[in-house]
Design a protein around this ligand. Sequence first.
Ligand code: PLP
Length: 482
Amino acid sequence: MSLTLHQQVLRKIPRVDEILSRPEMVDLLKVYSRNVIVEAIRKGLRQLREDLLRRKDFSQFGDDFFSFERLYPIFQKEVALQIQPRLRQVINATGVVIHTNLGRAPLHPSALKHLMDISKTYSNLEYDIEFGKRGSRYTHVEEILCRLSGAESALVVNNNAGAVLLVLNTLAEGKEVIVSRGELVEIGGAFRIPDVMKRSGASLREVGTTNRTHLNDYQKAIVAQTALLLKVHTSNFRVMGFASEVSLEDLVQLGKQHQLPVVHDLGSGCLIDLTQYGLEREPTVQEMIRTGVDAITFSGDKLLGGPQAGIILGKKKWLDLLKTNPLTRALRIDKLTLAALESTLLLYLDEKKAMEEIPTLRMLSLDTKKLKRRGRRLQKRLEGITNQKITLTLREDVSQVGGGALPLQELPTMVMALGPSDFSVNQLEENLRRGDPPIISRISKEELILDMRTVFDEEVPLLAAGIEKVLTKIAASKEPPA
Ligand SMILES: *Cc1c(COP(=O)(O)O)cnc(C)c1O
């Protein structure tokens, strides 16, 4: 019996062609393609059907439940969802500056402009303007990289994992690479150094223990099959206490004695000594090059503050070999990245300017006074909604660098803590995350934490509006139905 009632109710669902003939839909068809609109209608109707089947009591559905007027906004929303890209801007209120899941380094405006100029039309990507013949895409950034780092030669590829793969494949395929057990890192996203090494065709010779590795551990492991000594920056963790590692200088010495190249995967790679700005010591790229290391690799989108890229610097004789490896073609950097990378690197010609203007570096060096000012601006905008059952507290906290850089560095920051009293903090977090634009925050105890460090000044109004919208929505859902 209930089945027939079911059927009766389901029969009230309008048909697609019926809906399509409505004047409102005819208007929509002038703007969007038929296939987008039909898909939106189908999705809207599917929702309606599922909604109906989920309910037990069908008597409550009057005809207006099926009315076009009620359904039209659903179709509109479905159209909007289809034409909106899935990859979208979010507000990072986590305080993690180099957040891999949120796209790592935001780019400097000059990098964005260069990227647009180069991609809008044609460029001299692989064309030598001087001589009117074929050129190489790799030459554009080589000179600036060598100048900034002091290296003899440079090569850029798709990302640092690719750089490590390329170096090992070129210099150690079918041979052994010696690496310390204490440096077999997993970077996140399940990128493990040992796995990449295997794919390169090199075999891994682990030496030392998790916490201690000595120079003679490397020494004893050197055999005829050895092709390379590798050092990996333990970028996202530290071994504390009874620990020791071999310095790059000592490893370079050992390599020289045995005529073996020494390679260092630096991970983040920073061109500026950050201790001058009150941050922890992270060896700079220049210092590493000065040790006489054969090659170093690092990411373009970590501390450097540029686009995703793998930067390889070092001795010309090794880099020339890398450049002729067919894998280089498979890992090649694209022109948009190259443009953004070149412009980012040019900013480093003036270190002070780089520190002030490159978004990652600027965010890292923000002091609590500036962050407090940003927090106050947010607070002002939120004060209008104090009738809500929520407390707003602007207070001190700490933020993290992220991205496998300076793992122990605690950056004093200012956060806006939201303490809801008659709904859960999880509900608040989820609604903010699902908002437009999505606001990514963190929860600490019973509060929602919005870290001011990674929120851009121009995002403050959006952030306030997003919070207000969510609070209004939650309040409305609590009101008893009229
Ligand atoms: C981040 C990191 C990588 C990977 O770099 P991607 O640019 O993300 O490919 C490799 N090695 C170390 C030590 C890292 O910190």
